[in-house]
Write a protein that binds this ligand. Structure first.
Ligand SMILES: [Ca+2]
Ligand SMILES: [Ca+2]
Ligand SMILES: [Ca+2]
Ligand SMILES: [Ca+2]
Length: 463
């Protein structure tokens, strides 16, 4: 048991220096672990421009220019007999190539003169490169010149902080002219499609009436005014505006949107034969009683009450139609000494002494005449039905009915004559004219007459 223990102890102490921690070697004579000088024993312990500095239990690689005198690290910085944190710290110097440090600033060399005895301990008082300031945790932080007001930008410029420095620039809408930020006159450069207003640092576009600014705030597009239905009737959108139009029978009012009814009746008094009634968008012709509106929409046509049956005549009567009315004619009754020859003719017999100096026959005729008919107008013709050799005929108007001398008889041949209307006659009126035909035969010394009793119904209207 004792032997095993001695052997075990013997093995530990005689085991090729393996009992020392890394960085130290066992000195058999002194029976202690001594530091290994890696700078001598390790080939290329430091790369590149780095200089190897041996430490107790380790070694340092530091930039050659920074090395002044090797020294032992303080006890507190020894970790397990070596300083591994410092060995391999390449970023500490590689960042210098960029001109400024980032996360791991490396310490600057101490000022000239007496060499700091404690290197490589970082000197807390060492300044950072220009534009950086040392913070309490030992890192170099960028100075924000814009906040600390240590910049040199002029009042028109804006200070923008950068890592290790700052820049002066103009804000949007300004440009640098002669070191000063001056407003850009965007209007001069056609930024706006239509209207442009330059303002310091910016500009604003607007559009002419009838256009609206697009979301790009620069271009304009036509407003479709018709979408809001501004017109009473039709609407046509146009580029920059719109136009209203009206349905037939309407006219556009002065406001350009409202449609007013046209008073067609005011255009012409001949639009309707009788009466014009204006209606919204149109007009209508009206006819007086006894007439109907013809299919042309403006003329008045007489209603033939005798044909339509819309009359009050009895079966014993004869219906006579005239313009604008009708009348019921009683059955012919001849006054004595006349006797009835036919249903419209009375005769006075030559054998009857009472018939001397009376017309031999009276023929009843009816006609209608339009009021205001133009004159002269031939309106009725009469003719001898029997001719006697050597006889001649005289035609004349007899008795009452022509006091106004509106008519006269014009002989058209030996045996015929025409009743002529010579003056305008105004209705409604009923005239009875006795048109006499006198037969004269000097050979047999005969003189006789016959009459046409013409009843003329003059209408109220000239149609
Ligand atoms: Ca501007
Ligand atoms: Ca438009
Ligand atoms: Ca109208
Ligand atoms: Ca009638």
């Amino acid at each position: 048991m004792l032997t095993v223990l001695v052997l075990a102890l013997c093995c530990i102490h005689s085991g090729n220096g393996q009992t020392c921690t890394e960085g130290f070697a066992y000195d058999r004579r002194a029976r202690v672990c001594v530091d290994i000088d890696e700078c001598r024993t390790v080939p290329d312990a430091c790369r590149g421009d780095m200089q190897c500095v041996n430490q107790n239990g380790g070694y340092l690689c530091i930039p050659r220019g920074l090395y002044s005198q090797p020294t032992y690290p303080r006890a507190g910085e020894r970790a397990g007999g070596r300083v591994p944190a410092i060995v391999e710290r390449e970023p500490a110097y590689s960042d210098t190539s960029r001109g400024y440090p980032e996360a791991e600033p490396y310490p600057l060399p101490p000022p000239p003169g007496p060499v700091a005895p404690s290197y490589p301990i970082v000197s807390r008082s060492a300044p950072c490169i220009l534009g950086y300031t040392l913070s309490e945790d030992g890192t170099c932080n960028d100075i924000d010149e814009c906040v600390t007001d240590s910049h040199q930008c002029n009042p028109t410029q804006v200070c923008i902080n950068t890592a290790g420095g700052y820049t002066c620039s103009c804000t949007e809408g300004y440009w640098l002219v002669g070191g000063q930020c001056q407003d850009i006159d965007e209007c001069r450069y056609g930024y706006c499609q239509q209207l442009c207003a330059n303002v310091p640092g910016s500009y604003s576009c607007s559009c002419n009436p009838g256009f609206t600014l697009n979301p790009d705030s620069r271009t304009c597009q036509d407003v479709d005014e018709c979408a809001d239905e501004p017109c009473s009737h039709g609407c046509f959108n146009t580029y920059g505006s719109y136009m209203c139009n009206c349905d037939e029978g309407f006219e556009l009012a002065s406001d350009g949107t409202t449609c007013n009814d046209l008073n067609e009746c005011g255009f012409s008094e001949f639009l309707c034969q009788h009466r014009c009634v204006n209606t919204p968008g149109s007009f209508q012709c009206h006819c007086p009683g006894g007439y109907y509106l013809y299919e042309d929409g403006r003329s008045c046509e007489d209603i033939n009450e005798c044909e339509t049956g819309n009359n009050t005549c009895t079966t014993a009567q004869v219906c006579f139609n005239f313009q604008g009315g009708y009348t019921c004619l009683d059955q012919l009754k001849c006054d004595p000494p006349y006797i009835e020859l036919s249903d419209n003719q009375c005769m006075c017999s030559s054998e009857n002494p009472a018939c001397r100096d009376r017309p031999f026959t009276i023929l009843y005729r009816h006609m209608d005449l339009s009021s205001g008919r133009s004159v002269p107008a031939d309106i009725f013709q009469m003719q001898a039905t029997t001719r006697y050799p050597g006889a001649f005929y005289i035609f004349q108007i007899k008795g009452p009915g022509n006091e106004g001398r509106e008519f006269y008889m014009r002989q058209t041949s030996n045996v015929s004559a025409t009743l002529v209307l010579s003056r305008p006659i105004k209705g409604p009126r009923v005239l009875v004219l006795d048109l006499e035909m006198v037969t004269v035969n000097n050979v047999i010394n005969f003189r006789g007459s016959s009459i046409i009793r013409l009843t003329i119904y003059v209408s109220e209207y000239p149609f």
